[in-house]
Design a binder for this molecule. Structure first.
Ligand code: AHR
Length: 511
């Protein structure tokens, strides 16, 4: 029915406040601390540092002679920033780089360069870096172009006492004490850059590596991670888990790797900055697909491993966008915006909800590559919005998942619909309950009203990360455009009420 103009205006006036009210109505959340879930393993907050672009050279390693302040060649500013993140583990040296890495060229006084790789940052430098930032080593061995014997000798170099020839060589190179290798990657992307192997071929190779590549350091139990799927593809998951179920005494694994990037369509083509609201939503929608991917892969793993002994290890995840204009495409350099901060929080929330199976994850990557924590240029360093999210989520490391129920509502733009908000909660080892809230909607603030069951609290305080625009970035000249700000919220009558900015991430602790 066509209304006369004045009647249409009156009708619109009647409808609009209702619509505005619906969007502004507090999201009703129930937090039930009496029904704890799984522990959110701190290893879910792991990182990945590959010999790629300036991820290592320039980003971490500047050399002992550099004028950039360093400790034994490793940048002091980067180390200080990473220490604050309590990084639980770092995966190294790759990635596809690991699939053809020759560790021998990267130890001892005379380093032998490979094409495009000086090898001045090798095993001893990586272990020094790990020790400086206080993290555990996740070493990926070369199952692509090398042998189980070679990988076995690398582990002997790293983990044996000086009684062995390779332990003695390590001592001669300056480190008599055996290193600790907490996690061992048995190959990388063997379905692609790691040798384009069929799943069955990989399983046979992997069994030999699992059997022959030993950890000799009794002070550090070592977990082995087999190559698993790319995104939701079931092929490797089926083959590896089926073999695992029928395993003999001779081999075992404790983890299965999953690689799943947020791209908005392959190959990576979306702009890292200067994008519009549609591209904001498209990338986040793609990223939220992580939940279905984990459900698909967990269901396959459950068939063979209902007790969830094998962890799903998401050891490459994050945004993969078009390279920063002017950068070398192979360097995988991209800027990091508030959209990346929201994306990081959404994925960390998904991992928390899958904490029973997803017990490790590594964002790609740590410095200067893909969705990095830190960007450097010569002596300059800047912390990205993603860094701040990882920092704000530190209380969730090893905390116990606390269920939340809520109707997330919907945010729609340009035909793309996303949940309007997301939230997770957890209780840390000291008993304090934390809640993380993400407002996906880039245009409207959101108010959450959280009923607190099983937890007594008088106030809530923490930090919130918002930005002038969804593509706001931190630069060397303006490093604090996107920086967390203190936020406190009201708790009254067993309810926490908090209003968060558009496109923001907030973490609050209850006291
Ligand atoms: O993280 C960049 C690359 O992405 C890694 O080298 C590889 O494993 C993946 O394809």
């Amino acid at each position: 029915m066509r209304l006369p103009t004045s009647a249409a205006a009156i009708a619109a006036a009647l409808i609009l406040p209702c619509a505005a009210h619906a969007a502004d109505a507090p999201v009703q959340v129930t937090l039930d601390a009496s029904k704890p879930g799984a522990v959110i393993d701190r290893h879910v907050f792991g990182q990945f540092a590959e010999h790629l672009g300036s991820g290592i050279y320039g980003g971490i390693w500047v050399g002992k002679e550099s004028t950039i302040p360093n400790t034994r060649g490793i940048r002091n500013d980067v180390v200080a920033a990473l220490k604050a993140l309590k990084v639980p583990n770092v995966r190294w040296p790759g990635g596809c780089f690991a699939d053809q890495y020759n560790w021998r060229r990267g130890v001892g006084p005379e380093r032998k360069a490979a094409a495009g790789e000086p090898n001045t940052f090798g095993t001893d430098e990586f272990m020094d870096f790990a020790q400086q930032i206080g993290t555990e080593a996740y070493v990926s061995v070369n199952l692509g172009s090398s042998t189980a014997q070679d990988a076995s000798e690398w582990l002997e170099y790293m983990t044996s006492s000086t009684d062995s020839a390779l332990g003695a060589e390590r001592a001669k190179n300056g480190h008599p004490e055996p290193y600790k290798v907490a996690i061992l990657g048995l190959g990388n992307e063997s379905w692609d850059c790691g040798g384009a192997m069929s799943a069955d071929f990989y399983v046979n190779e992997m069994k030999r590596f699992s059997h022959f590549v030993h950890n000799y350091n009794p002070a550090q139990p070592m977990k082995r991670v087999a190559v698993g799927p790319s995104g939701p593809d079931p092929t490797y998951t089926e083959a590896v888990m089926k073999a695992w179920k029928g395993r003999s005494w001779a081999w075992d694994i404790e983890g299965l790797s999953l690689h799943s990037y947020s791209t908005g369509g392959w190959p990576p083509h979306m702009s890292d900055i200067g994008f519009d609201e549609k591209d904001y939503a498209v990338l986040l929608k793609d990223s939220l697909g992580m939940d279905d991917t984990l459900k698909t892969q967990s269901a396959i793993m459950d068939k063979y491993d209902p007790e969830k002994k094998v962890a799903l290890v998401v050891d490459e995840w994050g945004s993969w966008l078009a390279p920063t204009p002017g950068s070398s495409p192979g360097a995988l350099a991209q800027q990091n915006t508030q959209r990346d901060a929201v994306l990081a929080a959404l994925n960390l929330n998904i991992f928390a909800r899958h904490a029973d199976r997803v017990r490790m994850a590594n964002i790609a990557q740590m410095v200067n590559v893909l969705q990095a924590m830190i960007l450097t240029d010569k002596d300059k360093m800047v912390l990205t919005p993603t860094y701040h999210v990882f920092h704000m989520y530190v209380p969730f490391q090893d905390a116990t998942f606390v269920p939340l129920t809520f109707d997330a509502g919907a945010y729609t733009t340009n035909g793309v619909t996303l949940p309007r908000v997301d939230a997770v909660a957890a209780r840390d080892k000291a008993g304090k309950v934390w809640i993380a809230v993400t407002n996906i909607d880039p245009k409207s603030p959101a108010t959450l009203s959280v009923s607190l069951a099983g937890v007594k609290a008088a106030k809530a305080s923490g930090q919130t990360l918002s930005a002038p625009k969804v593509d706001s970035v931190n630069t060397f000249d303006a490093p604090n455009t996107v920086a967390p700000k203190a936020l406190s919220a009201k708790v009254a009558g067993g309810k926490l009420t908090v209003t968060v900015a558009p496109a923001s991430v907030t973490v609050l602790g209850l006291d």
